[in-house]
Design a protein around this ligand. Structure first.
Ligand code: ACO
Length: 383
């Protein structure tokens, strides 16, 4: 007999799986903090490299610490030839997220510390994965376009170098800052599905490369990281401001999810979405007609959806707006989720390192509902 008092928490909703000092998502008040610092302050005043230091070390660096951290991250940008060969072979044959997952899972073959799970080694490996993940995304794009891989520019910041490796042109200060803010906003978000995947893998004492690979696999889905690509598709499909109301009403009537809205934790406006929306409004004046139209449509989608769904606590999440900023930067939509993965690598690594300090194998239970004690019938006697 099953115990009728057992409660199954579908999707682990409302279940606490760990204690953590890394990130607070205050879903009721729409607030987000990395290591105690508000996302608004970090987006306004910090840099992606500084946020990486903060997440990995638990505190802000002083000037000397930040400079040497940046130097080390710069040196980690290069990709082994074997990894470039894998990317070249796969480019154009699979979604960039699949190629990225494969490339990251090949990195331990080139890392002498790959299987050393002590904290120092894991911080060094985290920096390598963070730096190389951006180069991997750029390499996927270059090879997909039939172009050559561009070697990293060691003078540029992480964000500027990424845009340079993608396009082969040094970005403007405005472009670099927009990219940097996107990376900061995507860097960390507590125990979401992909971070939890990393922890499940790390809890078996597998290495950090294996755990990050699991995170990338999980981020791919359209209910998680894949929503940014799906949200832009929706905006493009709607096409014009005048079409928004009927399009959204039709989706709601057919019980379809509107991509870029809703969140398991935020029951109010996602604070990251507010920041990206500010960037969009700043871009609007300088943007070309296509981007201007996308902005016009997305703002109308925001209005229409909030009018219909705010009663259920459904508001825009950051994926609604980030795709349009990327389009303004000339980034194609199939790279949105890989860029998300590259920036989130630091959050995954911080959680993996923290979890390993007092690791316990993650092994939940299932409430069995199937049959028991069936009579085994030999294959020749089965109907
Ligand atoms: N559009 C329309 N209705 C929605 C949406 C949406 N985007 N999100 C939730 N709802 C509705 C559901 O239909 C459901 O309604 P009901 O109670 O009448 O059946 C109710 O709100 C609760 O929705 P759930 O899916 O049960 O909520 P859950 O917490 O499981 O889902 C999720 C969260 C997966 C993010 C969901 O809101 C969704 O699918 N959003 C669209 C995809 C998306 O934008 N994902 C990005 C998330 S943020 C990130 O990963 C960076």
């Amino acid at each position: 007999m099953q115990d009728s008092s057992i409660k199954v928490y579908k999707g682990l909703e409302g279940v606490y799986v760990a204690e953590s000092d890394i990130c607070l998502v205050d879903g009721q008040n729409g607030k987000l903090y990395y290591r105690g610092y508000s996302i608004e302050d970090l987006a306004e005043r910090s840099s992606y490299e500084e946020v990486c230091y903060l997440l990995l070390h638990g505190r802000l660096p002083n000037k000397t610490e930040l400079e040497s951290f940046k130097d080390e991250m710069r040196e980690d940008r290069d990709l082994p030839k074997g990894v470039l060969d894998i990317i070249k072979h796969l480019a154009g044959r699979a979604h960039p997220m699949d190629i990225m997952r494969t490339a990251v899972s090949a990195l331990p073959a080139y890392d002498k510390e790959a299987y050393d799970n002590n904290e120092g080694a894991n911080i060094r490996k985290s920096m390598r994965i963070i730096s190389k993940a951006a180069s991997i995304v750029a390499a996927i794009y270059r090879f997909e376009q039939g172009e050559d891989y561009i070697e990293p520019d060691y003078e540029l910041s992480h964000a500027a170098n990424f845009l340079y490796m993608l396009k082969g042109e040094k970005p403007t200060d405005e472009q670099s800052r927009l990219m940097d803010r996107e990376l900061i906003l995507h860097a960390e978000h507590s125990s979401n599905a992909s971070t939890f995947s990393c922890l499940v893998t790390a809890s078996t004492l597998a290495d950090i490369y294996a755990a990050v690979t699991a995170g990338i696999a999980t981020l791919k889905g359209p209910l998680h990281g894949g929503a940014d690509e799906a949200a832009l598709k929706l905006i493009i499909a709607i096409g014009r401001k005048e079409n928004v109301s009927s399009y959204i009403q039709n989706m709601l009537k057919n019980k379809q999810k509107i991509m870029g809205f809703g969140h398991r934790v935020y029951k109010t406006y996602d604070p990251r979405a507010k920041i990206i929306k500010e960037d969009l409004l700043n871009i609007e004046k300088k943007a070309n007609t296509r981007i201007k139209r996308l902005i016009e449509v997305v703002l109308e989608v925001e209005r229409e959806t909030i009018n219909n769904l705010s009663g259920k606590g459904i508001y825009p999440n950051m994926d609604l707006f980030s795709g349009i900023v990327y389009q303004y930067l000339g980034v194609p939509s199939n790279l949105f989720t890989p860029i998300f993965a590259a920036s989130r690598t630091v959050g995954w690594c911080a959680h993996i390192i923290e979890y390993m300090q007092s690791s316990k194998l993650i092994r939940p239970l299932e409430l069995y509902k199937g049959k028991r004690d069936l009579k085994y019938i030999d294959i020749d006697s089965r109907a």
